[in-house]
Design a protein around this ligand. Structure first.
Ligand SMILES: NC(=O)c1ccc[n+]([C@@H]2O[C@H](COP(=O)([O-])OP(=O)(O)OC[C@H]3O[C@@H](n4cnc5c(N)ncnc54)[C@H](OP(=O)(O)O)[C@@H]3O)[C@@H](O)[C@H]2O)c1
Length: 188
């Protein structure tokens, strides 16, 4: 009797964890670096060189599905390696050989979900951050402590509906010309 009971408990525990793992909802995250005045880009490029932020971006997004706008993709000039690159465009004739082209944000999300992705990263630019905001649960924001001129701005959400869950401050150094904070927000 005790033996059967133990087996039953073990099976229940196994099924519980199996269900938790199988049906874990995919997190949709935005990852962005913005100045104090919310600039994220200028002339279809970044307004700064901050290698530590580039390394942070890489560490977070590597091996994941990432979603970007056609302009951001072309600014990079090619797909980011070791990630599944999904590019959004309205142009039905647009083709690339190193990523997936979609015309709706919902299709990008569906592709990642179908592949069993645990965390999908929205990597910009501004148009795509805005488009994806209603679907987003997490934001990795690098706040660069400078005010710069630019032509592209982060479409910030209503921060009252978000909770800061992590903040790591860094001082400028020889390679990174501005102080910067790695911030993480979760939707409340
Ligand atoms: N600081 C950061 O963290 C960061 C991160 C990423 C990018 N950036 C900067 O942001 C700038 C680029 O941002 P951006 O806003 O100009 O361009 P973007 O968001 O990269 O791309 C815009 C393009 O996405 C497509 N698109 C937009 N809305 C769409 C929709 N509803 N359905 C289908 N496709 C849609 C359109 O492509 P088509 O015109 O082909 O239809 C549109 O021209 C650059 O300066 C870049 O360096 C900064």
């Amino acid at each position: 009797m005790n033996y059967r009971f133990t087996i039953l408990v073990l099976i229940s525990i196994f099924l519980y964890f199996w269900r938790e793992t199988m049906y874990q909802k995919m997190i949709i995250s935005q990852i962005v670096a913005a100045s104090l005045n919310n600039v994220i880009g200028v002339h279809n490029g970044l307004p700064w060189k901050m290698p530590n932020d580039t390394a942070y971006f890489k560490a977070k997004t590597l091996k994941h599905h990432i979603v970007m706008g056609r302009r951001n993709y072309e600014a990079e000039g090619k797909a980011l390696p070791d990630r599944v690159n999904i590019v959004l465009t309205r142009n039905r004739a647009y083709q690339i050989t190193d990523g997936i082209v979609v015309h709706q944000i919902e299709d990008a999300i569906a592709i990642a979900e179908k592949a069993g992705e645990k965390e999908l990263f929205i990597v910009g630019g501004a148009k795509i951050y805005k488009l994806a905001m209603p679907f987003t649960n997490r934001i990795y924001l690098t706040r660069i402590h400078t005010e710069v001129d630019g032509d592209t701005f982060y479409p910030e959400p209503d921060w009252d509906k978000w909770k800061e869950t992590s903040k790591i401050r860094h001082k400028k150094d020889q390679s990174n010309p501005f102080d910067y904070d790695f911030l993480v927000y979760e939707r409340e």
